[in-house]
Design a protein around this ligand. Structure first.
Ligand SMILES: NC(=O)c1ccc[n+]([C@@H]2O[C@H](COP(=O)([O-])OP(=O)(O)OC[C@H]3O[C@@H](n4cnc5c(N)ncnc54)[C@H](OP(=O)(O)O)[C@@H]3O)[C@@H](O)[C@H]2O)c1
Length: 401
């Protein structure tokens, strides 16, 4: 039995706390901390009511490395699940190094003043984590996360070599709001308004934001227009998949969402640099975040499904093969189980599975910093399916065969 420390009490943090509370056979002590204590108090009450279990709560500003280190030294958890914002990744990793505690997150580090996410900052911790004898697992959400593990499963069991991967992410659900984001608005809008990027034959190719689209048929949802985006798992998968020639990421957006985003961009509301307003510096995107619905508030009444997977093409036993490995997740079913919508659920459940892999030794402890596809996909996929995210492998026709 293990103690888990969850940092971040937002949409994803709520799911992680509910699911850790459900995992009575693994976690005998669940501690949820965040910057705003009232959010932890609300989740503590909700978890007592829905899961019938008391979790402990606390307050910490995870940008303060010394404060987080003191918390870790006092509590000595088996693992920290970081579901605060990407800005907190490095300070929390520093605290884990100081206190000697294993670490897991769902999103890679971004500097607040540059809309750019790359693994280089977190990969730079590899040597220090190895020397300290502790393990960090990066990106254990859905994408990144489960999508990386689908690729690892394909590499281990389904293909001799993989040529093409297209990661397809569709939210076919409806929350009934004119404009809202399904996870932290600031992080979400920074990601979507960035230039597109994909990897082909050893080179990164750039596209204008949202300028490349294609229609894909998503199981459980149907055909949807999808836009090419840069997404962080492309960086590690391009390195870790043998024989890979191309990898891209696609996400669906509705017309109304894109129109709102265009107008907000045109008037400067998505800017990440401070502007002076009546003598006070204000970062427009941070102000916009305060106006938009909190992602966790979308859950009640959300209908429809997410459908996310990896379309993988390659060679098996000398013959071309194409498969789609995917999960379908229902917003309303997530709400009934953990009071969350499916985007938070599909991120939070894999974070818990990753932590279970670490504390139960199903991923043997390997000091260092790891991306998901570098670890054994088999126990992870069995566990994540049991915990609420079953997966399907569907054979697809190969063009020309
Ligand atoms: N891999 C995936 O599939 C995937 C998908 C979606 C999201 N994500 C990631 O999941 C994470 C959480 O997303 P979310 O939608 O849950 O965001 P959210 O609803 O905005 O919640 C973020 C939480 O982190 C807390 N926090 C922020 N700064 C903090 C600090 N300095 N110290 C302690 N706590 C702090 C916030 O506290 P306050 O209440 O005080 O603001 C809030 O409770 C993000 O990193 C996001 O990028 C990953």
């Amino acid at each position: 039995m293990a103690k888990v420390l969850i940092i971040g009490a937002g949409g994803v943090g709520g799911v992680v706390a509910h699911k850790c509370a459900q995992a009575r056979d693994v976690f005998d002590d669940v501690l949820l901390v965040s910057r705003t204590l009232s959010r932890c108090e609300k989740l503590q009450r909700e978890i007592a009511e829905v899961q019938g279990r008391e979790i402990r709560i606390g307050q910490v500003d995870a940008d303060d490395v010394a404060a987080t280190t003191r918390l870790l030294e006092r509590e000595r958890p088996a693992v920290v699940i970081n579901v605060a914002l990407p800005y907190q990744d490095l300070p929390i990793m520093d605290a884990c190094l100081a206190a000697g505690v294993d670490y897991l997150d769902t999103a890679n580090y971004e500097p607040p003043d540059v809309a750019k996410f790359e693994y280089k900052w977190q990969w730079a911790y590899r040597e220090r984590f190895r020397e300290r004898g502790i393990m960090a697992v990066l990106g254990s959400g859905f994408d990144p996360g489960v999508t990386n593990v689908y690729c690892a499963h394909a590499q281990k069991h389904l293909f001799d070599s993989i040529r093409h991967v297209d990661i397809l992410d569709c939210n076919g659900g409806s929350h009934g709001k004119a404009f809202a984001t399904n996870f932290n608005p600031e992080i979400n809008i920074r990601e979507i308004t960035a230039r597109g990027r994909y990897w082909e034959r050893g080179e990164w190719k750039e596209t204008d934001p949202l300028s490349v689209s294609a229609v894909f048929d998503y199981p459980g949802v149907g055909e949807r227009k999808s836009f090419l985006l840069y997404h962080e798992e492309l960086e590690s998968l391009a390195l870790n998949l043998r024989g890979l020639e191309r990898i891209r990421f696609w996400m669906t957006f509705g017309e109304a969402y894109l129109k709102h985003l265009e107008v907000l961009g045109n008037v400067g509301m998505t800017r990440i640099d401070p502007v002076l307003y009546e003598g006070h510096p204000v970062v427009p995107i941070k102000f916009l975040k305060e106006l938009l619905p909190d992602p966790s508030s979308l859950a009640a009444g959300y209908t429809g499904k997410t459908s996310i997977g990896c379309l993988i093409e390659g060679v098996k036993d000398g013959k071309p093969r194409k498969v789609f490995i995917y999960n379908i997740c229902d917003h309303a079913a997530c709400y009934r189980e953990v009071r969350a919508q499916a985007v938070s659920y599909t991120t939070g459940v894999p974070a818990v599975t990753g932590a279970v892999m670490m504390v139960t030794g199903q991923w043997p402890k390997q000091p260092g910093v790891w991306n998901m596809e570098e670890l054994d996909p088999d126990p992870f996929l069995a566990d994540v399916a049991r915990r609420g995210l079953p997966w399907v492998v569907e054979e697809r026709a190969v063009a020309g065969s």
